[in-house]
Design a protein around this ligand. Structure first.
Ligand code: UD1
Length: 419
């Protein structure tokens, strides 16, 4: 099993080009099930989850090509797709469930594996299923599979999500594009990746209107256009590298981004003391003399993303005084804490709140990665720890960070992959 070895204490300085967003690419790829026109997606991140989604669509019969060098995905659905999404492809990537809505909308049936378990909490899909039922789908769970049909097609209706969910908003948004009549979606997730999916679908020819706060109206269409679409940048990757520079007293230019999309994260880091100069499509991060403590919580966009919680926590171990972070999105997203404690961090957990006692000296250790963002927080900790840190089970990291060791070592980190 591959590991990362990091020798801490080096500044992260230079330039890092941010990749396309994983969380935007996955729903966009799923939505191509709707169309038999040629689609080209550019700025695609070359990540394991993206390869899994490409594999899933290919298994279903799509002619889909991932050009890793050009970061381009070409899709041409020349024939009718199979409406079956097997367990072995969904067990490692929960976003596979995003094919359910488009399959039902396009073919009136789908058999999709229930996604596998997840370290960060139970992650149910009731919101996806309840909304599809409201649109006229008949849904049963059989032998670990969602067996769904809508013989007469899905129909537009009024759906108010009882809880804000990125995945449910995306699944139902895509399904609504081919439903009969108008679908009114309320209490939607507004993450930039959801907006990117909307931009993609609109370019395809779908009729989608943001009609108010967390409200989206979709009118079903029948014909779509061939398009080329550039995926939005990965704001979580960008946030992670800003933190890497701040932690190590480095000076880093982070490019291929739109700082406006991540104002919440940038404003919070400013408050902590990180210096960030914002330009149109890049930021320059420089080292703060002192980091200040904060009291914050994760929230749906435009709040602080849960996907950046673990990385901010590492930064807080270096701040003055006591910080707190409340995790309000997932039940079990403090898996990194026990490993950070083994490195010498002083962190207490009470319910969904972490109390971080600052100015900890971190020592290198051998660590176990548990999920994607927890893994990267351990890499960040390794960058500032004394001696050597080994992060095991980095397959989690490869799901969401493109060439992390190359990007960091090009900026001065001593990091290498052990095979
Ligand atoms: C997406 C992101 C993930 C991010 C998360 C929250 C992708 C591929 N993944 O995950 O990186 O951490 O948003 O920003 O985009 N819930 C239910 N029932 C459902 C669906 C969700 O109760 O049917 C709950 C979840 O358990 C969680 C909360 O809603 O507590 C938010 O989850 P959701 O926004 O759906 O996360 P994902 O779409 O899975």
């Amino acid at each position: 099993m591959q590991k990362l070895e990091i020798k801490g204490g080096r500044k992260i300085s230079g330039t890092i080009v941010i990749s396309g967003s994983k969380n935007a690419t996955l729903p966009i790829l799923a939505s191509t099930i709707l169309t038999n026109k040629k689609i080209i997606i550019t700025n695609a991140p070359i990540l394991r989850d993206v390869e899994t989604m490409v594999g899933l669509l290919s298994t279903m019969g799509s002619t889909i090509k991932l050009n890793k060098k050009e970061k381009k995905i070409e899709i041409f659905n020349q024939k009718t797709l199979k409406t079956f999404a097997p367990y072995h492809l969904l067990k490692t990537m929960r976003a596979g469930v995003l094919v359910l809505g488009p399959l039902l909308a396009k073919y009136g049936m789908a058999k999709v594996s229930l996604p596998g378990g997840c370290a960060i909490g139970p992650r149910p899909i009731n919101l996806h299923l309840d909304a599809l039922k409201k649109m006229g789908a008949n849904i049963k769970i059989k032998n670990g599979y969602i067996v769904a049909s809508a013989k007469k097609g899905l129909k537009g209706c009024f759906i108010k999500f009882p809880k804000i969910s990125v995945g449910a908003t995306e699944n139902i948004l895509i399904a609504s594009c081919f439903a009969k009549g108008k679908t009114k979606l309320r209490n939607c997730a507004l993450e930039p990746e959801v907006q990117d999916l909307i931009n993609f679908l609109k370019k395809l020819g779908c009729k989608i209107n943001r009609v108010g706060k967390r409200s989206i109206d979709v009118t079903g269409v029948e014909k779509l256009k061939p398009i080329t679409y550039r995926v939005i940048f990965d704001r979580i990757e960008a946030g992670t590298y800003i933190i890497a520079a701040a932690l190590t007293n480095g000076r880093l230019k982070i490019t291929n981004i739109d700082p406006k999309v991540m104002s919440t994260e940038i404003n919070l880091l400013h408050k902590i003391g990180v210096k960030i100069i914002r330009k149109k499509n890049y930021v320059i991060v420089s080292c703060p003399k002192k980091l200040k403590s904060i009291h914050t919580m994760t929230k749906p966009y435009p709040g602080l993303p849960t996907d950046l919680q673990a990385q901010i926590m590492v930064l807080m171990t270096k701040a003055e005084g006591i910080s707190t972070i409340r995790e309000t999105i997932f039940e079990n997203r403090f898996m990194h804490v026990s490993e950070l404690r083994r490195m010498g961090a002083h962190i207490e957990i009470r319910g969904n709140k972490a109390k971080i006692i600052g100015k900890s000296k971190l020592n290198g250790a051998e660590l176990m990665a548990t999920d994607l963002r927890a893994s990267v927080s351990l890499v960040l900790a390794g960058l500032v720890a004394s001696n050597k840190t080994i992060v095991n089970r980095i397959y989690h990291l490869d799901r969401g960070y493109e060439n992390i060791e190359t990007k960091l070592s090009n900026c001065g980190a001593q990091i290498r992959r052990l095979k």
